[in-house]
Design a protein around this ligand. Structure first.
Ligand code: ADP
Length: 510
């Protein structure tokens, strides 16, 4: 994303824009309505002033018979001229036939006016119009027929009704109805426009100040709002490259919540990551054991050269095939573990003859024992049939026996016993090896724990074997105990229920 697009699609810009407009728009609208209000207030003041002035003048026109002969009423002509000057405008007297009788400009006299407001005024309706182009307000007011009013005695001349026409006295004025004509007063509104422009200029200045203020406000507000988010954005890459540990829980509530959630998420990811690496180590460890056996078997045959009898070849090749099968099934099992969710490992429980299983397990380890000069003895007290997952259970016991061989000395021994009662099967793996120090006993089932790292590495241990054994026995709902005397040997006691009972929650998950 380029710089501009980044800026314009960012939250900071949006906050800036909203704040800016939120301050500017009301200020603009207020200024506009103030100006309009001022204008309409001035016009309505002018209108009421002109209307009352017009009424006075119209009454004087009516009472003096001005319409019949304007030249005879000099004082009215003078008054109209003075008023027109005062208004910087013009006054027109129009008779009931809409002929202009008097125009203070003198231009329209004798002409007929066909202007809607004049026609309406001839019917008794006072109205006004604002000529924005020429900056003027024009008020059209009726001139009452005073004789008509006096003689009819029923209606006032100022009523709008024309229904009385012809009902009054037969004077020269009564013949034409309740209104003698129209008085048109034009007042210049130039001063309103001037004041308007003056106020408009001031408003523009005010708006400019508002614009600057709103801009500054929007700038700082958007910076203030986006700062905690910006900090989070800046820190995330640092956390990714491990130069920082976690997001600081700062800022406003939402950013604090984001930081807490992010830190939790990171913690979870780290846990997943470390368990993934552990898993990888587990995998390599488990794959190593069959390979080691295969190598020992192959080396044994090789070392014998042509001397080896064909039966021995067959037996060793059979064992090698068996190891390969075991390796394959471990790989398959581990692959299926990958697909499993956190709820755990699915077990393939089968009712197995443990005597056979133990025999075959020891047979596989015998080459290793022989190589180490360790005697491997198996003792079984009775036939034992138990519900186990063959691969995982074999793996668990193999790790124990293998350890008994590995952490032993030449001429040492490993005794494996198998027993059972009505409920459990019992497997004991006892060796005459180096033993485990007391302070290490509680840790040996932890992943990667090794009593003597360098020695363990020499032997080829990774510290995972007993952790796998522990997990496998736990999956079978069994128990494992260890007792050891340093320098004398170690005993592992395994107890597993003969009948595997599926846990309720596991069943539900299925
Ligand atoms: P490793 O792959 O190193 O053998 P394990 O998890 O199987 O890992 O064992 C953990 C540690 O416990 C070993 O490194 C070893 O020091 C100690 N240990 C396990 N079994 C025995 C045993 N039978 N005798 C003495 N020490 C043992």
């Amino acid at each position: 994303m380029n710089k501009f697009k980044r800026f314009f699609t960012g939250m900071r810009f949006l906050v800036f824009l909203v704040t800016f407009l939120a301050a500017l728009i009301p200020a603009g609208l207020l200024s506009y309505s103030f100006l309009r209000l001022y204008e309409s207030k001035q016009i309505s003041t002018d209108y009421s002033q002109i209307t009352s002035q017009s009424k006075l003048l119209a009454n004087q026109i009516a009472s003096t018979g001005y319409i019949d002969d304007p030249s005879q009423v000099d004082f009215l002509n003078a008054e109209m001229t003075a008023l027109a000057n005062a208004y910087s405008g013009r006054i027109m007297v129009i008779d009931s036939s809409l002929h202009v009788v008097k125009d203070t400009y003198g231009a329209e006299e004798g002409r007929t006016i066909v202007w809607t407001n004049a026609v309406r005024a001839a019917r008794g309706e006072t109205s006004y119009t604002v000529d924005r182009k020429d900056h003027a307000i024009i008020v059209a007011a009726p001139i009452p027929n005073l004789s008509y009013v006096k003689d009819s005695g029923q209606k006032t001349a100022n009523t709008d009704s024309l229904t009385n026409s012809g009902t009054g006295q037969k004077s020269s004025q009564t013949n034409i109805g309740p209104y003698l004509g129209v008085l048109l007063t034009v007042k210049s509104t130039e001063y309103i426009s001037q004041n308007f422009s003056f106020y408009q200029d001031s408003t523009w200045e005010g708006l400019l100040l508002t614009l600057i203020f709103a801009g500054l406000l929007a700038f700082f507000f958007s910076r203030f709002l986006s700062a905690p988010l910006q900090k989070i954005i800046e820190r995330i890459p640092k956390i990714q490259d491990d130069s920082e540990d976690s997001l600081p829980v700062k800022g406003y509530r939402e950013t604090q919540e984001i930081a807490v959630e992010f830190n939790d998420f990171k913690q979870k990811m780290q846990t997943i990551d470390s368990s993934r690496s552990e898993f990888v180590s587990n995998v390599s460890h488990e794959l190593k054991t069959p390979l080691a056996s295969i190598k020992v078997l192959a080396d044994s045959i090789n070392s014998m050269g042509d001397q080896a009898p064909i039966e021995m070849y067959r037996e060793f090749m059979g064992d090698i095939t068996h190891e390969i099968d075991r390796e394959t099934s471990i790989i398959n099992d581990l692959l299926s573990l990958v697909k499993m969710d956190k709820s755990g490992v699915s077990l393939e429980i089968k009712s197995m003859n443990l005597n056979d299983l133990m025999e075959s397990l020891l047979r596989r380890l015998r080459p290793l024992a022989e190589k180490q000069g360790v005697e491997l003895v198996m003792e079984s007290f009775r036939p034992v049939v138990c519900d186990v997952d063959e691969v995982k259970f074999t793996l668990a016991i193999m790790n124990l026996v293998e350890n008994g061989i590995k952490y032993n000395h030449e001429g040492g021994w490993v005794h494996v016993t198998l027993n059972s009662d009505y409920e459990y099967c019992y497997i004991k793996v006892k060796d005459s090896g180096m033993g485990i120090p007391e302070d290490s006993i509680d840790h040996i089932f932890e992943r990667f724990y090794r009593v003597d790292k360098s020695h363990s590495r020499e032997i080829g241990g990774t510290g995972l074997g007993l952790a796998i054994t522990w997990n496998a026995i736990k999956l079978h709902h069994g128990e494992i105990k260890v007792s050891s005397i340093l320098g004398e040997g170690t005993t592992f006691d395994v107890r597993v229920p003969l009948r595997y009972i599926q846990e309720e929650n596991q069943e539900e998950k299925k």
